[in-house]
Every structure is written in C-alpha cells, then in structure tokens.
Design a protein around this ligand. Structure first.
Ligand code: GLC
Length: 534
C-alpha cells in the first residue's frame, strides 16, 4: 500500500511537485553505512531525519543501477538492478518506505539515451550484423576512414566509433562506452517503458530523465551546422562551436516523451523531470506540456556569474518563454559543474554571496533543487591528479558529504573514501546544526518561510521597477499576500524604494527583524524578504 503523501504539505489544489523543495543526492557521496568508503542507499536512509529537519519534500538520487562506472553510473549495464556498492533492491525498498513514512518522495535517475557497452543488449547488438538486437543501437555500415556525420560528442571527439568486427560505426553522444539506443525501434521504446514501470511499481515517485532532448536523432544523419549566436551563460554555446541541430532537440523526441508520460500517468502522482539542454532556452517550455514532462531543469544559474544582471536576464527569459502552464525549476549546483559557492569565491565573499543566492533560489516562482551539501556551504574538494575518477573532471563537486569533524567528515569509517573529502573541519552539519547564524539555519528558515507563505510558492512574479542594476528586487503576490524579495549582489550598500513593510528574514545576522521604512538600505551582499502591508 502506498501512503498518502499529501498530508505533510499544506492542503491545496496545487500539484505536490510545484510546492516541493527537492534535494539532489549523489548516492556514492552521501553516507557510507557499511564502511567500504562508498556511500550507499542505507546511508541515505540513515539520514532521512536530517533531510526532514531541513524541510526537504523530495529527493532525487543520481543513478543507482549496476554500471562499470566509466561515467559513474550514467553507463548502465542493468536498468532493473542496484549497483552492489550501493546496496540491493531490498535496501531501495527500505529507503522508499522510510522516506514515505516521513512524507518525503523519492525520484530516481532514468538514463534512457544510452546504455553501457557492457549492457547485454549492446553485447548482443555488437555481436553480428544480423543479431536480433542489432537495430536497438544506431549502427551505420561503412569504412573506418569516413564517420557517418560530423557530430561531436558532449565529451569531445566524434560521436561515432568504428567497430572493425562488423565493419560498422555506432553512435555515442557521450563516451564510446555509452552507445546510444535507437528510439526509432519500437522494441527499445517498449523496453524502456518496462524499466519505467519497474521502478514505479517499487514506489519511486518519478524520474529525473537524463539528456531527454537527445533521445532521437535526425534520420538522415545530416551534418550539424556551426552555431550562429553565442549564449553568455553557457560557455560551450560559443560562436563557432557546433550547433547540435540534427543530433539533439528533434521534433520526434516529443512523441517519445509522451510515451513515457503515458506509462507514468498509469500511477498516481508520479513525475517526470527532464534534464533538458534545448538548443535555445526559448524551447525549454516545449517539453513542459500536460502530456509530456511536468518539470525540466533550467540550467541558467548553473553557469551564470554572480551578477544581478545575469540572474535577471535568466529569470526574464524563463518567465517570458514559459506559458502559464509551464512551471519553472531553479538550480544553483549539480553533479556536473563546480559548486556555486566555489564559483562565487573567485571574486568575493563566497559565503555572503551563497546566502543571497539561496534566498533567490528559494523565493523565485518555481521548484527549487538543492544539491547535497549546498545547505551547509560545502565547497568543491581539491582532487589531486592521482585521486581523480571522472573522465571529464567533475570530481570536485562530487566529494563526500561533510557531516561532522570526525574522520572523513563522518561520511565513512574506512581509511580511504572513494573520492577525497573536502574541508570538513571548517564546514560540516554538526557544527552548523545549532548555530542560528549558519548557512544550514538560513536554508531551514528559508524553507520554513516558503512553506508557510503562499505568495512565495504560488504568487505571481514581477520585478520591482527602478531598483539599482546590481540588485534583483521582485514582488511575489497572491490576492491576499504581498512579499518583496530584495537581493543586493553588489559589494556596496544599496537603497531600495519600498512602501514600508515588515522584514521577515535577512541573509545577514546583524539586521533586526521588524518594520522597515522606505528606502531600505541593504548591506553589501545582503538579501531580505519583506512582507508588504496590505
Ligand atoms: C547527464 C548527466 C551527466 C552524464 C551525462 C551522460 O548530462 O548529468 O553526469 O555524464 O548525462 O549520461
């Protein structure tokens, strides 16, 4: 029996995933329950009380399936199993049950675009040109000197790998150990539907779907053109780089997503969250439809500089391109990029800046995703050359969660952790737990305020006119409640014209709560939430 999970959130006809605060867990790095130096599912279960105390409504687990780990779990060799280092299906079921008891939902990573080259499907596909699974992957017969198209892998080099045994090329948008499945083959579609059912039957509340825009490629394999317009927030969308016009974001992908959604809708209250990198930001909302994805990651903040103008542009673009039906998401950090606090440290007071960013994340219109450790201001770990694990250098942001100042930051009792730990003496949960000025306390208060303030969750969004360029000031309003969020991204004090109100929360601890008069002077790198009197 599934418990009714709606009781914990205030009763309201709004879908749970619009109200929820999500928390991303990189399972290998969260908590090691069996002392082997690798985090695992029982480790996550053991820390659910902590997540509940932070106010988390839902967690997303990075891939937990068996994998040779060429891409740390994004190269799956069995979609319906658990990687032995992380536990087993019984551990997964324990985690789901314990999370649901606390009203916390759990979504898992679905990686449908590609498998590992060790997956039995690919092993069979590769065996011969006449193998029954040959057409499950994208094979193009040819000669070793002429790849079928000019497409570039996201990890560098050609997307095509020549297999001399059968004199044919296969497609891999990522590593050559990650061959792409062929979604023009209905058997592949049906197999993936079975995978979706498998996890939904076991109580998963939905999926984060990996590279969803890439699931289908141009049938004629036309060459990609060169990108015309650069995007200031996404470094690889540079002028002169390849525009994945024919290898990604194809019109046919929407039918594949609709198929996934039909399966998911056979179960109550489940969601699909896309990892979506559309070729242009304006196309993101195309994936958010009543019969496609409920949510899609919006990556504008993941790479943006700490600059009110950049954040404003990202929000405006999102608000403008999302129709009333499409609901935004916001993310400051994830497992693929340097943590925002480490990025912000390059030019200023990283802690103060991360506090302002947290206030922005948790008060914008849309669903926030917190990356594990962000709530304590965890920085990227220094990873020496000999300890590097990831083929494309993403280890720093995947280091073990810092629970305390004990050995390995309380993450593991093993002498060696799978990745080196960061500076857990300075930054850890235990130290911040009871300190009202800590980053953790700020996150908790923001989440609490969000939960108890309908305007923050469901109110309209409107920028305050006339605010200084280097501040981001916006209204969140319902018919009965009016909030203003004022964020100073500059290193100087800034005056904001408000019509009076009551300060509910500030990112700095020297500001007294209570009424405020206009103008309100914000300290450098200060954010405040003001309840405007009706
Ligand atoms: C996504 C994941 C990333 C992975 C890639 C290939 O971008 O977030 O970690 O390497 O897909 O699966």
């Amino acid at each position: 029996m599934r418990r009714d999970l709606s009781s914990r959130l205030p009763q309201h006809p709004v879908d749970w995933w619009r109200r929820a605060v999500f928390y991303q867990i990189y399972p290998r790095s969260f908590a090691d329950s069996n002392g082997d130096g690798v985090g695992d599912l029982d480790g996550v279960t053991a820390h659910l009380d902590y997540l509940e105390s932070v106010g988390i409504d839902a967690i997303w687990l990075n891939p937990i399936n068996p994998s040779p780990l060429d891409d740390w779990g994004y190269d799956i060799s069995d979609y319906c199993g658990i990687h032995p280092e992380l536990g087993d299906l019984a551990a997964f079921e324990r985690l789901i049950a314990a999370a649901h008891r606390r009203g916390i939902r759990v979504i898992v990573d679905l990686v449908p675009n590609h498998t590992s080259d060790q997956h039995p499907w690919f092993v069979e596909s590769r065996a011969s040109r006449t193998s029954p699974k040959r057409d499950w992957y994208i094979w193009i017969p040819g000669t070793a000197d002429r790849p079928p198209s000019n497409w570039e892998s996201y990890f560098g080099g050609s997307t095509w790998k020549f297999d001399p045994a059968t004199a044919a090329w296969y497609l891999h948008m990522f590593l050559e150990q990650q061959p792409d499945l062929n979604y023009r083959n209905p058997e592949v579609v049906a197999a993936m539907h079975d995978v979706i059912r498998f996890w939904l039957e076991r109580g998963a509340d939905g999926f984060r779907i990996d590279v969803v825009q890439g699931l289908i490629k141009d049938e004629q394999l036309r060459d990609n053109p060169v990108r015309g317009v650069r995007d200031p927030d996404i470094p690889w969308y540079a002028e002169g780089s390849q525009d994945p016009l024919y290898s990604s974001d194809r019109p046919e992908v929407h039918e594949i997503i609709r198929g996934f959604r039909r399966v998911s809708d056979d179960y109550k209250d489940r969601i699909l969250v896309g990892e979506t990198w559309p070729r242009e930001q304006e196309r993101l909302a195309d994936y958010l439809r009543p019969d496609e994805l409920q949510l899609a990651f919006n990556f504008r903040f993941l790479l943006a500089r700490y600059d009110a103008r950049r954040f404003r542009a990202a929000i405006e673009l999102t608000e403008k391109s999302f129709g009333p039906g499409a609901w935004p998401t916001w993310t400051l950090s994830n497992h693929d990029f340097p943590r925002h606090i480490s990025r912000f440290a390059r030019h200023g007071d990283a802690d103060a800046r991360a506090r302002v960013a947290a206030m922005m994340l948790l008060t914008l219109r849309g669903t926030p995703f917190i990356y594990y450790g962000e709530e304590i201001g965890m920085r990227d770990a220094e990873v020496a050359a000999a300890s590097k694990r990831d083929p494309v250098g993403r280890d720093g942001c995947r280091s073990p969660m810092q629970w305390s100042d004990a050995r390995n930051g309380g993450f593991s009792t093993n002498a060696k952790t799978w990745l080196p730990c960061g500076d857990f003496k300075a930054v850890n949960v235990a130290r911040q737990m009871n300190d009202p000025r800590s980053m953790l306390s700020l996150y908790r208060r923001l989440i609490e305020l969000r939960r108890s303030t309908p305007a923050i969750v469901e109110g309209s969004y409107r920028e305050l006119e006339g605010a200084p360029e280097d501040c981001l000031v916006f209204h969140r309003e319902t018919a009965t409640q009016h909030i203003v969020v004022a964020l100073n991204f500059s290193a100087e004090p800034r005056a904001i014209d408000l019509h009076g109100g009551k300060i509910l929360l500030s990112t700095i601890d020297t500001r007294a709560a209570g009424s405020t008069k206009s103008p309100l002077t914000l300290a450098p790198d200060e954010g405040v939430i003001v309840m405007v009197e009706a």
